[in-house]
Design a protein around this ligand. Structure first.
Ligand code: ZN
Length: 202
């Protein structure tokens, strides 16, 4: 199983990090060892002082596919949720400055948090509200209609390079409002008002 992540897919978030907009989706990956089970606590690694949350809509691939056209993309996933792409922002900034890959900052253990999966057929993924609270206060509120690259285009683009396999996850990018976590924080993610994710930071 692989985890494909899309970067800079919401204009306001790209702007808040001072990143240029890209014509093609920005892609990076996390290893399967990054998956976090949400009933556990998230432990801030000792090699970073600046872990950020990024709440994102996540889809789970349910069919093998390569070179998938946008018009067939919806046949390749039936379930989705929101997840947190935990990012060691201090390490990522150092790596970006040197032009090096981001894996250490993005793919570390526990960095891919998944909420409870929901059925795509029961929601409108083109116009889906999702939000993250930190200690009860809303810190991120996104809507998928604001994506620069929508889910069918993400699937088409990714599957040109990587064969999609059953169980693969795609993190579709975060809206604005990313920020740091500290020990004691509680993060909760919801989709259209339904709470699907809870993480305690240690
Ligand atoms: Zn992200």
């Amino acid at each position: 199983m692989k985890i494909i992540c899309i970067g800079r897919n919401y204009a306001a978030h790209a702007a808040e990090l001072g990143n240029e907009m890209q014509k093609e989706p920005v892609i990076f990956m996390k290893p399967d060892s990054a998956v976090f089970r949400q009933r556990d606590a998230f432990y801030i690694p000792d090699w970073t002082n600046d872990v950020h949350y990024e709440l994102e809509v996540v889809i789970r691939i349910n069919r093998l596919g390569k070179n998938i056209e946008t018009k067939f993309a919806s046949k390749y996933f039936q379930e989705f949720t929101v997840g947190i792409d935990f990012t060691a922002r201090d390490i990522q900034s150092q790596l970006k400055e040197k032009g090096l890959p981001w894996e250490k900052a993005k793919g570390f253990d526990q960095s891919a948090v998944l909420g409870d999966f929901l059925l795509v057929s029961e929601y409108n993924l083109n116009n889906l509200n999702f939000q993250l609270t930190k200690n009860g206060k809303v810190v991120q509120a996104g809507n998928t209609s604001m994506m620069l690259h929508d889910i069918p285009h993400i699937i088409e683009h990714c599957s040109q390079y990587f064969t999609l396999k059953i169980g693969d996850l795609i993190f579709t990018g975060t809206p604005e409002g990313v920020g740091p976590v500290k020990s004691g924080d509680i993060l909760e993610g919801s989709i259209e008002g339904k709470k699907v994710l809870r993480v305690k930071i240690k």
